[in-house]
Design a protein around this ligand. Sequence first.
Ligand code: PLP
Length: 399
Amino acid sequence: MAQPADTPPHDSLDTLCARGGWAADFTTRPSAPPLYMTTAFDMHGLEQLEAVAAGTETGYIYTRDGNPNHEAFAADIAKLEGAEAGVACASGMGAMTAVLMTLLKSGDHVVSARVLYGRTSQLLNHLASAFGVHVTYVDGNHPDAFREALTPQTKLCIIESISNPLMEVADLPAIAKAVGHVPVLVDSTFATPCLLRPIEHGATYVFHSASKYLNGHGDVMLGVLVGPKEAIRRAKAMSSLFGVNTNPFEAWLGSRGLRTLPLRMERVSQTAAHIALFLQSHKAIERVYYPGLETHPTHAIARRLLTKGYGGMLGFDLRGGRPAVAALFRAMAEIIPFSPTLADARSTVSYPTGTSHKFITAAARAEFGIKDGLVRLSVGLECPEDLQRELAAALSGLS
Ligand SMILES: Cc1ncc(COP(=O)(O)O)c(C=O)c1O
């Protein structure tokens, strides 16, 4: 744009706009962590670039490689889990991609529990068919099955601490012992470090879909992986290379959510225990899956490992299968919505057969015990009596 003759070039409207947004003092420490919403970081010069890249000076270069908000979130999870380091990724699946790309190459072998979040199994199956990674699925309830499946090429064992959707609690100490030196990766999304710290029980890596409890408000896509420092350094490099890094705002929201995590986990554990008992006695329901119930197949393990509460997730089989599920979801739509996620502040229900586990065959679902009438309930922060009343009203319409 042409400048009027008396306006110095640096005062031009174009230049002011392009360089705007800065106050004289951006150094006063804010009470809440600042959000580093930036693509890159200005360098003082080539020496700084080289020093930061070499790791001899702390700092950041490019947000895909690292950003203070990513670091703050991941470092907090590492501390909470008792791990050396952590990396924040774009989603739980992003963190899973980062760890698998870090630890596996073609020809390597993975032993995995057969009941996993469906997309995790789908990713493993993809690595098997497209990249020649070998995967053996075993019954996660039998630690010896992990040992029996090991081969000299086994680089990793994978299990969920509380499985999705049957809420089976893994006997982590027994699995870690059974597989010896092979690293165990635990998806601890349902437990969170408030209820269980897998590394204390022999796990090497802990992974979370932080889109769930760690954030806790149903408004974020975020994942995190923690583990040994050197492996996490490589996972960060993989996260950047594959572009599965998160963005600063999601990490910032994750950090904000963390501040109330212990309170939320305590509350949902209490409410879910209350609701599980209520559902167990209801005639429209065939079976309830909650690790805190004595009737749950892994209750003894849960009592040993989940000493602070059994979590906010439960499943139940409705008599009447899929049509009954459809009717229940219609009846509850305005109050306990069908939402294919979990760990929101409000309670939600999901249908594993049609969402998280639709990627495995019907035969496999039947074998694993995932029935057509299975509903997954994510218990939220509502008043327990309100929830019970609402569930009772919706269920009464079925029988
Ligand atoms: C147990 C578990 N692990 C992993 C994931 C994947 O996480 P994300 O959706 O953040 O990619 C999910 C998502 O629902 C999950 O429930």
